[in-house]
Design a protein around this ligand. Sequence first.
Ligand code: IVH
Length: 645
Amino acid sequence: MTNKVKNRIIQLRKDLSEYNYQYYVQNQSLISDYDFDVLLKELEDLENSYPEFSDENSPTKRVGGDITKNFPSIKHQYPMLSLSNSYSKDEIIDFEKRVIKLIDQDVAFTCELKYDGVAISLTYLDGKLLRAVTRGDGERGEDVTANARTINSIPLQLRGNYPKRFEIRGEVVFPHKAFNLLNEKRKQNNEQLFSNPRNTASGTMKMHDSSVVAKRNLDCYLYGLYSDKLLFDSSFEVFDELAKWGFKSPSSNNRYVEKVNSIDGVMDFINYWDKERSNLPFDIDGVVIKVDRLDFQNELGSTAKSPRWAIAYKFKAERVSTTLEKISYQVGRTGAITPVAFLKPIQLGGTIVKRASIHNADQMSKLNLHLGDTVFVEKGGEIIPKIIEVDFSKRSEESKPAKFISKCPECNSDLVRNEGEAQHYCKNEINCPPQIKGAIEHFVGRKRMDIDGFGSETVDLLYENNLINNFSDIYDLSYNDLIPLERIAEKSASNLIKSIEASKAVPFERVLFSLGIRHVGETVAKKLAKYFKTIYRLMLATLEELVEVDEIGDKIAVSLIEYFNNDKQKLVINNLINHGLNFTIVEEDQNSDVFKGMNIVVSGKFNSLSRDEIKKLIQENGGKVVSSVSSKTDLLVAGENMGAK
Ligand code: IVH
């Protein structure tokens, strides 16, 4: 019986590997997705029932699921060097001359794409993927095998006549299609967008949950074979062999790799890809030129940093020209005003570009923009590309200079620009709609109050229906408020109320971060919470006391004082205290001296604790409860209906 099972498992693995290879390496579909999934499920069930036949390179492992707590550091058998880079063709000519002089005869070159992703080293033993390691510092990298296994174009089991042990190097890239799809999904879920495929590929390879990596559909392109003995004569020839072993190898059919006999051939390759790279399904940032003969490569050797037998020619960032149709002004969560250029849509590096950022007023005047100008646009590391310059030769005589606005486009308040700052601000944080909504979105965010189901659409909906006007209103929401709203079903209404309630347990440092005080991010909030222990002390702190705290400078201190001097902000905090949010560090030992030496008046009605319980807490924590407000009062804990106090 078990023999039968074993044979079936082996057959299924073989078939599934073949379908996988045909699909991801040869671009051919031999079976429908449904039939593939049925076979995969059968294999999964058998492997679960007969764990003695499990194999880490089984096709079932491609869906991931292994959780890697930390990635062990592995020493590379052959150090992972870098390439010397050049941006000029003259340097490529110098490279060729240098090589010919050293070798003392004409040489052929292999020209390859310089894939813009993250380097990976794959070791195979007896035809099976043994280990995948990142570049790290070139000497040692991290073992990311579980994640590499989920990349369909990396074979887990080789075919043909492969050497017993070897290492292969390549680049893991995020194909444009998969990257754009991921960002579309993130947009729908109100998650922050990833800015570029390279960094995202690199971040993805370091994720701890390989099943998330599997869903991202990364790809891998290969460029080098390493082993103890020289297996082939030419680096170009290696690619044909790799294809026979089941690798997705670059090929001369699509000009991803080409062998040339002279510098003219190298220049043709460079010129071809400089134009054509925008049509590739992934990013490249140049081409790599290598001496083709492997014995010559050995002879030339390497410096400490890079081989003498190869050079990279890097392309200048891709740039296109298009028309500037209008400039709009966005008001951010903190009131910062950002001019945004709206462009005639144009294709740039795998995406269609419609907008470009201009950053601020200085940048706008430096560029000397007129509406209707033809502008050059370039992609940097950001999601939104930049305007680099105006094509003045195309400027129309009638066009008018773009002028920075003086009033907030949302609430019409005067804009302010502080000395030494580049940004204009709308200071009407309490009544300016994007600032109100932005502050609420920030408050409910994952690293802050973490209220599930409270995305920007919900914020818009509740704000537009006058149900929330600041974040303390969130805690007044009831199930009955939500139910009449279109787009909120019963289940989501009750879940939302539950997560609002649960957020009351969020610790003080995160509550402080949630308030959205300018310059008070996660780390600063932690430092302040640890130092002052309670909001009451923090609210009373002077500038001198604030700058005493490690890493708190004048800028943060002034921002805190301004915030706590604002009556409307104080009212919001007071409401939050009444709703029972944590405004004091909860310490193991409840009895602290956080209120030591303070005279405190408790007045009004409270929802979460009784007045006596509050008084008891104050006393247990070193404070003195006094009955009426006087010049000696340090703190007033104010509930509802507290009268004239
Ligand atoms: S050959 C000794 N070929 O570029 C270095 N590298 O700056 C041998 N890269 O870390 C590298 N495409 O991650 C080579 N066709 C290609 C490449 C390539 C991308 C990356 C690789 C390397 C970096 C070197």
